[in-house]
Each structure stands twice: as structure tokens, then as C-alpha cells.
Design a protein around this ligand. Structure first.
Ligand SMILES: [Zn+2]
Length: 209
């Protein structure tokens, strides 16, 4: 779970358009451990299972260049075997150079967290129990804000927190230091057919001096 502190919900950030060429083609040779002759994916794309899968259109990179991992949220967790194996596979075997965490506006899972006792005992209720708690805290902090704006802000803060959680994981941190792995936080806007990049205030943005 990316949220370790409610203060993260007050993180100052901004959203930026995603340049078409933000993620370049693979820069390093494909790892020799793979036996396939097709190009080895160099992007780990982490998306939500409730999105219509058009979120990868946020960039022009071909689908074949992406190793795609989806679950509800998406929700990353150090105790989830699926998340951990996807990270290990893509980092150690594929040698990915970029990780994209991509949420989407209007996510039904994030916007309607389980609240009833009955829902909280379902598998998806257990899966999202921490999200429900932070959703309630976010709603309290954003009291007076329109519902749509509040949900958009929560989605943006959510992917930012997930990207920052990834950056704290040992295997990710090692790849960042040793070979310049980049981690990106995106939110896909299905209505507009484009995404935004979420950047913490003060973070250096590509292209800036
Ligand atoms: Zn979703």
C-alpha cells in the first residue's frame, strides 16, 4: 500500500501534458536471458483492470514495447506476490528502463471504496480497505470541493504516492542508481483520449534547465 501517512494527501503537485516522445525506444541492449527474437519490452506498464485498456495510448510507444501488469486500483503492495513477481520479472529478466504507474479518472474502484461491513468482508473489500480509509480522509480534507474535482485530485495523488512507493523498493532503487531507471506517474483521461503526468512540486521536469 503506497500510503503510509495521511500527510501524503496534502502533497503539493502539478499535472503536465505528456510529450509524445517522453519515453524513448530502448537505450540499452536487450538482456541475453530472453530467448525470443521479438523486441524485449523496456517499459513496465502498471494499470487498473477497470480501465478500458486504452490508457497505453498516453504515449506513442508500441504495445510490444510494454510489459503490462494490471490489477484493481492499480494497487501495489510488498505483500502481493503478483506485484512482486511482475516487478522482479520486468526489472531482472527484461531489464526495463521505465516504469509507468497509470491510474485513470473516474476509476470505479477508487471512487466507490467499500464502506459497508458486508462489502469489507469480500475479497475486493479487503483488497481496497486501506484505500477506503484514505478516501474518507481525502474527502474530509477536500470538504467544499466539488465531487468530480475531489475524485480527480484523489486519483492524481494516488498514482503519485504509488510511484513514490515504487521508488522506495530496493530492486527499483537499485535499478534507478545503477542504470537510470525512470518511474512515471500518469493518469489517463478516457473522455479526452489523453493522459497527464503527475509531478511533485519541486521535481525537475524533463526539458527544464
Ligand atoms: Zn480503475
Amino acid at each position: 500500500m503506497p500510503f503510509s501517512s495521511p500527510s501524503l494527501l496534502s502533497t503539493p503537485y502539478t499535472t503536465l501534458p505528456i510529450p509524445r516522445n517522453l519515453i524513448p525506444p530502448r537505450q540499452s541492449p536487450s538482456p541475453s536471458t530472453t530467448t525470443t527474437t521479438s523486441p524485449t519490452p523496456h517499459i513496465l506498464w502498471i494499470g487498473c483492470t477497470t480501465t478500458p485498456t486504452t490508457d497505453t495510448n498516453a504515449v506513442t510507444n508500441p504495445r510490444a514495447s510494454m510489459f503490462i501488469h494490471r490489477n484493481l486500483g492499480p494497487l501495489l503492495s510488498a505483500t502481493d506476490l503478483s506485484t512482486q513477481s511482475a516487478l522482479e520479472w520486468s526489472l531482472n529478466l527484461l531489464g526495463v528502463e521505465h516504469i509507468v504507474v497509470c491510474g485513470h479518472y473516474g476509476c470505479s474502484f477508487l471512487s466507490t471504496p467499500s464502506t459497508s461491513t458486508e462489502e469489507q468482508t469480500t475479497s475486493w473489500g479487503v483488497w481496497g480497505k486501506d484505500i477506503a480509509a484514505f478516501h474518507a480522509e481525502h474527502a474530509r480534507l477536500r470538504k467544499g470541493m466539488g465531487k468530480e474535482e475531489e475524485e480527480k485530485r484523489f486519483e492524481e495523488l494516488y498514482v503519485l504516492a504509488e510511484a513514490e512507493w515504487l521508488g522506495r523498493q530496493e530492486m527499483v532503487r537499485k535499478a534507478v542508481v545503477e542504470r537510470g531507471l525512470r518511474v512515471w506517474a500518469f493518469v489517463w483521461d478516457e473522455e479526452r483520449g489523453e493522459g497527464v503526468r503527475v509531478v511533485r512540486t519541486g521535481e525537475k521536469v524533463d526539458g527544464e534547465v
